[in-house]
Design a protein around this ligand. Structure first.
Ligand SMILES: [Zn+2]
Ligand SMILES: [Zn+2]
Ligand SMILES: [Zn+2]
Length: 144
């Protein structure tokens, strides 16, 4: 299985392992979401899903995204105004530097927050599932 396929499968496993039914609609929504690489609104995803599966309604997309949030497979992010964008957590984490002026988003993967999360988890007897880190400020172009 290719990388995208196996990641879709992991999300699908999370759905079924938690006692939820895997419907054909849910399957196509997960596959479309992973293929899009996230950073997408519910409406944006619904539009993409409709191209391959016109029978899947918008409400089904909304409810599936809610379920995936509940299962910790995706997280909503809010960038100023407008609808939430959903990001994937392929390695259990996701990281952004966000420019508050031009709203540019810089992805980064090198992150030491896992150690901090584990230390906090030990202190609070908390079981860590994932982390989402946003750092806000001004990008190079916007510092002038
Ligand atoms: Zn900027
Ligand atoms: Zn991102
Ligand atoms: Zn991290």
């Amino acid at each position: 299985m290719d990388k995208t396929g196996s990641y879709s499968q992991r999300i699908i496993n999370a759905i079924t392992e938690n006692g939820n039914r895997l419907t054909p609609a849910r399957q196509v929504i997960v596959e479309t979401l992973v293929a899009s690489n996230g950073h997408i609104t519910a409406d944006g995803l619904a539009d993409q899903v409709r191209q391959t599966a016109p029978q899947v309604g918008r409400m089904t997309v909304y409810r599936t995204l809610d379920l995936l949030c509940e299962l910790g497979q995706i997280r909503p992010i809010f960038q100023g105004t407008g609808a939430a964008h959903y990001v994937l957590l392929p390695e259990g984490s996701h990281h952004h530097l966000i420019c508050i002026r031009c709203h540019r988003v810089i992805e980064f993967t090198h992150c030491t927050a896992s150690d901090m999360a584990q230390a906090l988890a030990a202190e609070h007897n908390f079981l860590v599932q994932s982390h989402l880190l946003e750092v806000h400020g001004l990008c190079t172009a916007c510092q002038d």
